[in-house]
Write a protein that binds this ligand. Sequence first.
Ligand code: HPA
Ligand code: ZN
Length: 326
Amino acid sequence: FDLDAFVAGLPKAELHLHIEGSLEPELMFELARRNGITLPFASVEAIRAAYAFSNLQDFLDIYYQGAGVLQTERDFHDLAMAYFTRLNADGGRHAEIFFDPQTHTDRGIPFSVVADGLLAGMAQAEREFGISSKLILCFLRHLDEEAAFATLKAAEPYLNRITGVGLDSSEVGHPPAKFERVFKAAGERGLLKVAHAGEEGPPEYVWEALDRLRVDRIDHGNRSLEDAALTARLAAQEMTLTVCPLSNLKLCVVNDMTAHPLKRMLDLGLKATVNSDDPAYFGGYLNANFVAVAKGVGLSRADLATLARNSFTGSFLDEEQVALRL
Ligand code: HPA
Ligand code: ZN
């Protein structure tokens, strides 16, 4: 079958997308120029050439540096619209996007500038493309619990427009339990909860995300497959995993796309989804991720339809909204 056409034609939602990770080098240059910032790269090509990573931290260092060009509400609005334009071209109907407020507030950009810009982009995407979206505030796990609490406080005026909290950045050495209290506080404010777990970290971190953070989804979750009791638990609970194939390849979580665990996840009855994570850095948006992993591990049309369906049933849309989009 025509894989590209089949994937393009599936209604899809994206559940694991860091908006700062959708900053393409071209827009990075434009924003640098607009804001009078000098980038340590001579050209768009030189930036792309620097995107060779051997692990998560390699990537994070350059990703946080790139985010430095984002200064104004308009910058965040433009960033969001650039992403939604790509999602629309891929046939995406809904997105739940992560943002990292601490990356910005720590360099003096007010929380409101970030949030107002992103929310304006989300509203424009709904109007122009009919794409719905939700916002998930991620705490940076390499920073401490106190900083996460300060971020939750800064978000207070926006909590009616923020759907959930997440946990990202350097995983190993920063277990979910470090954020148990701030996740509990977020839950008490009516926020849903997700956490990156089992990308580089061990299966124990996935157990902690489930039992101590009480998450509604697991982001990545690859290393769950090392623990049969854990995969049984995830399957029984119908826990959604937001899997990111091209990210896994670029960050050396898998050595080759033929070794990607997605097919095994589906065979184990896990509720997996396909996502792009940081598409500007990892070389492909939503459909490119579907196509790469489908070729790598040999997914059938039924597998692809299951993955696309899971992206809606695993989303934070209510049942009626899911039914309208499937
Ligand atoms: N893992 C952890 N933190 C991140 C990622 C990721 O893949 N992308 C952006 N922040
Ligand atoms: Zn991620």
